[in-house]
Design a protein around this ligand. Sequence first.
Ligand code: DP6
Length: 361
Amino acid sequence: MAVEEGQWVLMATGRSPTNIAVIKYWGKRDEALILPVNDSISVTLDPGHLSATTSVAVSPSFPSDRMWLNGKEISLSGGRFQNCLREIRKRARDVEDEKKGIRINKEDWEKLHVHIASYNNFPTAAGLASSAAGFACLVFTLGKVMNVMEDYGELSSIARQGSGSACRSIYGGFVKWCMGKNNDGSDSIAVQLADEAHWNDLVIIIAVVSSKQKETSSTSGMRDSVETSPLLQYRAQTIVPNRVLKMEEAIKSRNFESFARLTCADSNQFHAVCMDTSSPIFYMNDTSHRIINLVEKWNQSEGTPQVAYTFDAGPNAVLIAPNRKNAALLLQKLLYCFPPQDHDLSSYMVGDKSILSDAGL
Ligand code: DP6
């Protein structure tokens, strides 16, 4: 970031964690605006684990917009980056920093360029979703540097245009992405259902089953599902609306039994939709299936759910325990069934009090 002598630089840094959907978003009704076919609900992780940290710098000496991800320059030509930048620039306001002698009028933002440096605090090779944290953080930090005063709902609708799931990472705690009805996407925003303090004895464990990058991206996978899966339509119209209501109730009343049953059922149905797609998409592998078996057997033997599982567009298991005791028992069982020397499960990441507020800022 070369800066000419006498030129100022204005900077802001933000941090955003990723989120794990317990009612999945899978399928768009509008590809360009990223409008989903159903509502979804997620839990935002603790910022200490799986988060993106982004710094945005602005200076009159920057001739173009540039971005570095984990130290490597990446192209900003993609439509999704440009949409987020454009929407934030549109809402930019006057900025005055007397100490540095900086005065930027809102119309100046069209001519000023940004340099963005973003880091993930987890190995990108682990194949864990990073776009949710990345775009939420990008939008939040651009907004900060450009003095954007829009509320979180509005910011979530901008982050959505970077990556659908990113809109939910604007908030901590439990978050619902309301699909909205409007064609312009103005009501397709995220809302916080409960903050991080509401149910803070939950523990989230992520079992990294494979560190390989997934073969089918979420974007292309869900496009194929929308075009070819009859189950997707049934799920979106008939199953999810009811499930979302029940999930909201389970979260409100901290009913782990209901929360766990809904979470597992929704993950399984999402993967059934993937199988119902032409060509079928297999995100889980044998190890993922063995983890499901382990949890299902444990839950059945106790007569009530001890742990919930959910899998996104990859084989890694996200396991949610109601308390530390069950989390410890789960780790014991995982280590027994998948001894570290097998290298089936390459690592565990434990999110303690996994939920946070304010996207970690
Ligand atoms: C399986 O948000 O990555 O994780 O909107 O095309 O960027 P795009 O897709 P993305 O899809 C996430 C899908 C999911 C389920 C979820 O997070 O709800």
